[in-house]
Design a protein around this ligand. Sequence first.
Ligand SMILES: C[S@@+](CC[C@H](N)C(=O)[O-])C[C@H]1O[C@@H](n2cnc3c(N)ncnc32)[C@H](O)[C@@H]1O
Length: 229
Amino acid sequence: MISIGGVDLVAGLYRRYAADLVEVVERQRAVTTDARCRPGLDDLEAEITYLLLRQLRPEHVVEIGTSAGRTTSWLLSALRDNGSGRLVSFRRAPRPSNVPDELAADRWTVYTGDVRARIEALPETTDYLLLDAAHTARFGRWYVRTVFPRLASGTPVGVHEVYRGRSAWVRREGGVVLDWLAERDVPHFTVARRRVPQIVAALTDLRRELGVGDARGPGTNPMIWFEMP
Ligand SMILES: C[S@@+](CC[C@H](N)C(=O)[O-])C[C@H]1O[C@@H](n2cnc3c(N)ncnc32)[C@H](O)[C@@H]1O
């Protein structure tokens, strides 16, 4: 297990997987520009999620909250490029998915309905969890009490929308997670522009040097990553 935090680790992953990443960024552009599919993740957080999956090679990835599928496509791209791994996604209501067939292949299962009533659909083991569903304190309290205890120590977790930049967001789902982490002394990593501008500047320079294409999304990058204690 590697530690998912740290700019040096992330910079190393950018260098290691640069050629593959350049291709995925280009393909994702087609997914993103489809009118049905609003950008789900910003540039750095999407790319870092891809890079972590490449490095960690998880067998079972869980995504709680999929919509038109841009984030889903990033996750599936990493599993395709790894040549292994499956993704289980949850969404509350059916809607047209923009996930390309070649990515979904036989590696994607999507469940529709309230995940709180489908907990048995989670795989027996989860090797990477991404949360981007309801951004309410109530939903945050549900998953820290119900989903987190099911995860093995060391499981990497990404939570979107934590550092959106308005304090109200932090008091909601993000606040619940940040409190949960603080109570357990668990560090987290972020590339949120307002929190760590120097890290964002360094990674932006590196992306340019590696030819990783133009920035996409508003550049807020509100995700956090941590490992289950
Ligand atoms: C912000 S969108 C996720 C966007 C996603 N990152 C993407 O790129 O497609 C949030 C999604 O979470 C789903 N969601 C919200 N609450 C949920 C719940 N209780 N159970 C299952 N899905 C839920 C909604 O259906 C919605 O599609």
